[in-house]
Design a protein around this ligand. Structure first.
Ligand code: AMP
Length: 517
């Protein structure tokens, strides 16, 4: 098997169907897209001489080349390493080095301005012999102008995508997603999330380096159109214009994005009939927000709950459940993340992995064909997360009698701001580099705009002080901008338990009781 067959098959069946558009401009048909992927694959194996299984990284904002590169890399039997282009150059360097990437494609032009691509000094030398190709220069045109090759055979368990998560230990971990994992994810979209159709257009409003890019697969499978917004990102006005233009538009959006889209539609009494489906997930959607979204946008929403380790595929809250207003437990269901995808088993278990009865809270465990192979070159973390044949998600929740899962909290302590995960430990380690900082604890505080925002509680050394500007500066030097604390709170001591562990729950409680002061 090889995921590249999905594209080759669609191109044979529907060669003339529109495949890729940049804004309203149609760029290629399926025959052209598949042809380019096969030729670029030839260049990767021939001209660049990459061996099967080599890692090829993508560091770019959403752009039309993203799609042809994903499929070219698989076609050539290689492994794709998509990197969030908003990461700090040091984080990019770590991922390139850790994955032992041989070749890196970078984006250029407007959409990439001000991102890591523009400060390559820090990562250019991270891997000896790393080759870098910008997608709009002569090297790329040469690569796309040679001989096509046939699809390289791959086994179901062969690695297809190395997905880097933010690690709880401050270092990102490479989630190993196999061909089988991504195929199972793709097939389960159709019964559990949405009946994608050839007449649909999938719009890439969220980063293609994450779930939005993974959803390209099912839309290639059915022969839908792929629309990359000209802005390269999320702009509610642009989405509405493109939806009116193409009609039958689907998109993946983090809860923050849904909220902004809802505001835009409500403010302008805008026509959103061109939107078919908004799949939301990646972070908690509060009950009031989903009720308003359904009121303003109508019955266009589907929720998914997943994590890199079981990509986009743990549970789904279907359109019909969101619409079933007459159901006795409608509100509970709206606040839930829905029922298990059809390709996985989901249980809630106690600390020993024993299933808990209906209604009791415990850790959410998953097993099935979407569950990762493990963490790249990290057997300890793999063994800890894939214990007893189950993926331990680190999320806490409970199941009801009908199989609806409600998430309570995250045992991993991750802060989710605007759909991006921020691990407190990573920020804490940076702040501790300041000589005046004795102790620090980072927590999330609720934010209507972002879901959560980062706040740092700091204990200074006696007689010393840590000015906010200096702390900001430290963060900007080594972690992505969106991870920098929005507030610093200086305290005499941190609340701790008997083992000396900081009580983050207590810190969050103090923050809300003080009214944010
Ligand atoms: P990532 O691996 O970056 O995709 O982050 C996955 C984590 O995001 C999960 O383990 C959950 O904690 C959280 N998450 C994902 N989807 C949802 C959802 N629909 N509702 C609440 N939290 C979610």
């Amino acid at each position: 098997m090889n995921l590249a067959h999905l594209l080759a098959r669609t191109a044979r069946v529907f060669p003339q169907r529109a495949a890729v558009a940049l804004g309203e401009r149609e760029l290629s048909s399926y025959a052209e897209l598949a042809g380019r992927a096969a030729v670029i694959a030839g260049g990767l194996r021939g001209r660049l001489g990459l061996p099967v299984g080599a890692r090829v990284a993508l560091l770019m904002a959403n752009c039309p080349q993203y799609l042809e590169l994903l499929f070219a890399i698989w076609h050539a039997g290689l492994v794709v390493v998509p990197i969030n282009h908003k990461l700090h150059p040091r984080e990019v360097a770590f991922i390139l080095e850790n994955s032992a990437t041989s070749l890196l494609f970078v984006g250029t032009g407007q959409a990439a301005a001000g991102t890591a691509e523009h400060d390559p000094g820090l990562w250019r030398d991270s891997v000896p012999g790393l080759r870098i190709v910008a997608v709009d220069d002569a090297d790329y045109r040469q690569l796309a102008g040679g001989q096509a090759i046939t699809v390289t055979p791959r086994a179901p368990d062969d690695l297809a995508w190395l997905f880097y998560t933010s690690g709880t230990t401050g270092r990102p971990k490479g989630v190993m997603l196999s061909q089988r994992n991504l195929l199972a994810m793709t097939l389960s979209y159709l019964p559990d999330v949405d009946q994608a159709m050839p007449s649909d257009s999938i719009l890439y409003a969220a980063p293609m380096s994450h779930g939005a890019g993974m959803y390209s697969l099912v839309h290639v499978l059915v022969g839908a159109r792929h629309v990359v917004p000209a802005s390269g990102g999320f702009d509610p006005q642009e989405i509405l214009v493109l939806a009116r233009h193409f009609g039958q538009v689907s998109l993946f959006a983090a809860p923050t994005m849904v909220r902004r889209l809802v505001d835009q539609v409500a403010e302008q009494a805008a026509d959103c009939s061109g939107i078919k489906t908004i799949v939301y997930g990646g972070g908690p959607m509060y009950l009031a927000d989903i009720r308003r979204a359904l009121e303003v946008l109508g019955n266009r929403l589907v929720q998914i709950y997943g994590q890199g380790e079981s990509p986009m595929t743990i549970t789904a809250l279907a359109r019909r459940h969101l619409a079933d207003r007459g159901h006795a437990r409608h509100l509970e269901r709206l606040a839930s993340v829905g029922v298990a995808h059809s390709v996985v088993e989901v249980i809630v278990a106690d600390a020993d992995g024993r299933p808990l009865p209906v209604g009791e809270s415990g850790e959410v465990l998953v097993r099935g064909d979407t569950v990762m192979q493990g963490y790249w070159r990290n057997p300890e973390a793999t063994a800890a997360t894939l214990r007893g044949g189950w993926l331990h998600t680190g999320d806490l929740g409970s199941l009801d009698a009908d199989g609806f899962l409600t998430l309570k909290d995250r045992s991993k302590d991750v802060i989710i701001s605007g759909g991006s995960n921020i691990y407190p430990r990573e920020v804490e380690e940076v702040l501790l580099r300041h000589t005046a900082v004795a102790e620090v604890s980072v927590v999330g505080r609720p934010s209507t705009e972002w879901g959560e925002e980062v706040v740092a509680f700091i204990v200074c050394r006696p007689g010393a002080s840590a000015p906010r500007e200096e702390l900001d500066h430290l963060c900007l030097e080594s972690i992505a901008r969106f991870k920098r604390p929005k507030d610093y709170v200086f305290v005499a001591e941190l609340p701790k338990n008997n083992y000396g562990k900081v009580l983050k729950i207590e810190l969050r409680r103090r923050w809300s009781e003080s009214g944010g002061n």
